[in-house]
Design a protein around this ligand. Structure first.
Ligand code: NAD
Ligand code: MG
Length: 389
């Protein structure tokens, strides 16, 4: 039996993880499940899976959670500190699927206990990659990528020497607006940006796919996780989203990972690692698919990609500033304060200010400075939004 916990259990990745656990109940024993606000879902899954504890982030939901769990034997808790405490409970495998910067602290705590951390929360690596990897090494813990592209690269690298890798190609669907006339992009609505052509995901990551801020994060994630140089990382638009990533070796070979667009593959790979087990995902019929297509991303359509290059070149706390600025700009777009194409200028302006005025480059990365950078970047992004309006 593998003991497992799922952080962000009520979200898209969390629910897919729970689906896989429910499919193979004899292999897994659930310790902790956490959610943001959806008490009904959290309580149901915690009872179904006989979890030891269920934690809800929103303290105003605590009463409801307690009522729903009464008599079930599942302990109830609330608040962000309780989420971090739950990450310290003994268990073998932890899914980090809280969205945003809030995912860093519980993942950090899990690594401190020497656990295997399945990392869906991409913000963790982007904001704090170097210290997160050091934390894993120091405590003999393992980080497994869950983002489909990084899981694909990880799988293509099994048995290979990273020194023989020339390049890593991360594919991108191109998001909701890949075929829109450029001139229409500033008018893109929230509803239009929230619908993905291929993947069924949470709203924030879906909008980030349309703007390619998601791909920008993934480029940085690739640099941090695999330790390659920025110039070795490429991205290409692949509208079918069936090839998740390719690894190019020094003999010219390209190893592609091909699979259906179903996150249960990458989640299941991490859940069963180092074994490979049968998974309930579609088997591709290549003859039916017929052809796969590719095209280079246009820089005018996807300004986030250039910002990612700058962040990778600068390194250090730029990743934390980038993530927070991006989240704040995304909040602004969701609230209707700024337009779709205003997000990238807000992020770029925030990074400029933080480099030139706040001297970000000279600050050493620690968990505290990552959090301070996050707070300051949200303030600077707020200022940038005001200037824009
Ligand atoms: P989601 O919005 O569907 O779910 C997020 C989960 O985090 C929910 O359980 C929510 O209640 C919880 N949550 C939100 N804010 C919280 C807070 N402040 N404190 C505690 N819990 C909080 O998101 P998702 O699509 O499942 O994505 C989760 C993470 O995985 C993100 O970092 C995303 O970028 C990454 N990811 C997602 C996919 C995908 O297919 N959905 C693919 C690759 C990577
Ligand atoms: Mg991805």
């Amino acid at each position: 039996m593998k003991t497992v916990s799922v952080f962000g259990a009520t979200g898209s990745i969390g629910q897919n993880t729970i689906d896989l656990i429910k499919n193979d109940l004899q292999s897994f024993d659930v310790v902790a499940l956490t959610g943001g606000r959806n008490v009904a879902q959290l309580a149901k899954d915690a009872i179904d899976l006989r979890a030891d504890i269920a934690v809800i982030d929103d303290v105003s939901c605590y009463g409801d959670l307690k009522d729903l769990l009464a008599g079930s034997g599942v302990e109830a808790a609330c608040g962000s500190d309780a989420i971090v405490e739950a990450a310290k409970r003994p268990c073998d495998w932890v899914m980090s699927a809280i969205v945003g910067a809030a995912g860093l602290a519980p993942g950090w705590a899990a690594l401190e206990q020497g656990k295997t951390l399945a990392l869906a929360n991409k913000e963790s690596l982007v904001t704090a990659g170097p210290i997160l990897l050091a934390q894993a090494t120091q405590h003999n813990a393992t980080i497994l990528p869950v983002d489909s592209e990084h899981s694909a690269v990880f799988q293509a690298l099994i048995g290979e020497d990273i020194a023989t890798v020339e390049r890593i190609i991360i594919t991108a669907s191109g998001g909701a607006f890949r075929d829109w006339p450029l001139a229409d992009l500033p008018k893109a609505s929230l509803a239009q940006a929230s619908s993905h052509p291929n993947w069924d995901m949470g709203q924030r990551i879906t909008i980030d796919s349309a703007s390619m801020f998601n791909k920008a994060m993934e480029l940085i994630e690739t640099k941090e996780f695999f330790g390659v140089r920025p110039d070795q990382i490429e991205t290409i638009i692949h509208p079918e989203s069936l090839i998740h990533a390719l690894v190019g070796f020094n003999d010219g070979a390209l190893m592609a990972h091909v699979g259906p667009h179903d996150m249960r593959h990458a989640i299941g790979f991490a859940l069963n690692w180092p074994e490979r087990k049968k998974l309930p995902v579609e088997r591709l019929d290549l003859a039916k698919i017929g052809s796969l297509t590719f095209k280079a991303p246009e820089s005018a359509r996807y300004p986030a990609l250039k910002i990612a290059r700058d962040v990778m070149d600068e390194g250090g706390l730029m990743g934390a500033a980038f993530t927070a600025a991006k989240e704040h700009a995304l909040d602004g777009f969701i609230a209707g304060d700024i337009g779709f194409m205003d997000m990238a200028p807000v992020v770029a302006e925030t990074l400029n200010t933080m480099t030139s005025r706040d001297g970000l480059k000279n600050v050493k990365m620690t968990l505290d400075t990552v959090n301070e950078t996050d707070t300051l970047a949200r303030i600077r992004a707020g200022e940038a939004i005001k200037t824009l309006r």
